[in-house]
Design a protein around this ligand. Structure first.
Ligand code: NAD
Ligand code: TYD
Length: 378
């Protein structure tokens, strides 16, 4: 079946993996990457697919309602996979307005453009889909509980019946109430509500997913894992917030992209699915793994760089623990993460060390010239 899909935020970290997967896997689809190219957008992330005949890049702000509406009409768009967002919690603490503008108003602009265009067609909503990518951070923070006196992490059983390590007995499930704490998660929560409202009010075929922290190639080095790999390589201090005790649930980015593919095609309309790999880690433990892995690969004595760890003032409102229960997705659609964390981290560290040019272009700002060099005169 032919389809024309807009993927927003396709020049960013997760978006670039989703664009690559769809362009390669579905040559019969037309994939339009709609991205404003903020500081977080890097077209070099898509070098390997930019000349494929089923791929088109459009530099556009999702807040540009007229532009999005016209693009949908011109291209006969029948699906939207919406990833464009401001995504970094620390930036949201300094500049909440930009987060409300892009994450809330931008999402509303896309929804309204899609509504007007799809409602104008004879078949209306049939064969259409608006897929909104959200985050587990909308649920707020979980406690580090300590049942029966056992020190976390302890082995526990998720509702899937599988055993895994956890830092608490509660998990984020789809029916949990939203309790966002940061301006980032508050803006994402608001956008999720708008998406549901467009289903409930107008009947738009929507689907929402809330995923845990992603890691892997092409992540902007303001986020923990790429920032620290680069700092260890260059023997620069590693700023650990607070005591490094906060827990995050990590998923390899390609596993997230596979889940998005599955849910875009087979997820039920108006449903929410949580995506995560039951993989909780304390920040400080991940940081030690990163130091040992970088040191080993670079031939340094393992652990030689432990003294780079520098405890700094904690992030304001720092959420203690995130932990996703993805049983619904696993049971209903049969998705499973493909990589163990140890393999994923090894792959990721090797990728950043092997792609120093990519990293240097990002840290120097040169990556922002890529659009002018490659696209301006096309
Ligand atoms: P990112 O910051 O790496 O990329 C965001 C992309 O959106 C960039 O290419 C940027 O240019 C683009 N963009 C920003 N504002 C725009 C606008 N106004 N118009 C058009 N494009 C714009 O983000 P990411 O980490 O890849 O996250 C992608 C999505 O997944 C976000 O919606 C985020 O909330 C969600 N998410 C991220 C994670 C994670 O761990 N990174 C986890 C769960 C959910
Ligand atoms: P981050 O990658 O920013 O993702 P998020 O805040 O969305 O979870 O941060 C992951 C964890 O690492 C989080 O608990 C904050 C912590 N952190 C540091 O300790 N130091 C840093 O320099 C950064 C960027 C994050």
């Amino acid at each position: 079946m032919k389809r024309t899909i807009i993927i927003t935020g396709g020049a960013g970290f997760i978006g670039s993996h989703v664009v690559r997967l769809f362009v390669n896997k579905y040559p019969e689809y037309k994939i339009i990457n709609l991205d404003k190219l903020t500081y977080a957008g890097n077209l070099a992330n898509l070098k390997d697919i930019e000349d494929k005949p089923n791929y088109r890049f459009v530099k556009m702000d999702i807040c540009d309602f007229e532009g999005v509406y016209k693009l949908m009409q011109d291209e006969h768009v029948d699906g939207i996979i919406h990833l464009a967002a401001e995504s970094h919690v620390d930036r949201s603490i300094k500049d909440p307005f930009t987060f409300a503008q892009t994450n809330v108003m931008g999402t509303l602009s896309l929804l309204q453009a899609a509504k007007l265009y799809w409602e104008s067609l004879p078949e209306k909503w049939e064969g259409k889909r608006f897929y909104h990518i959200s985050t587990d951070e909308v649920y707020g923070a979980l406690e580090m509980t300590n049942p029966e006196g056992i020190e976390p992490p302890f082995t526990t059983k998720a509702s899937s019946g599988k055993h895994h390590m956890a830092y608490g007995s509660k998990f984020f499930t789809e029916d949990l109430k939203y309790q966002p704490h940061s301006p980032y998660s508050a803006a994402k929560a608001s956008s999720d509500h708008f998406v549901r409202a467009f289903h409930d009010t107008y009947g738009m075929p929507t689907v929402v997913t809330n995923c845990s922290n992603n890691y892997g190639p092409y992540q902007f080095p303001e986020k923990l894992i790429p920032l620290f790999i680069n700092n260890i390589r260059h023997r620069k201090p590693l700023p650990v917030y607070g005591k490094g005790e906060n827990v995050r649930d990590w998923l390899y980015v390609e596993d997230h992209a596979r889940a998005i593919d599955l849910i875009f095609h087979e997820g039920k309309v108006a449903e929410t699915y949580n995506i995560g790999g039951f993989n909780e880690w304390k920040n400080i433990d991940i940081i030690k793994v990163l130091i040992n892995t970088v040191d080993r690969i670079l031939g340094r004595p393992e652990g030689a760089d432990m003294d780079l760890i520098t405890y700094v003032t904690d992030r304001a409102g720092h959420d203690m623990r995130y932990a996703i229960d993805s049983t619904k997705l696993q049971k209903e659609l049969g998705w499973e993460p493909s990589l163990q964390f140890e393999e994923g981290i090894e792959k990721t560290v090797r990728w950043y060390l092997d792609n120093q040019e990519w990293m240097d272009n990002v840290t120097s700002g040169d990556y922002q010239k890529y659009y002018d060099d490659m696209y301006k005169n096309r």
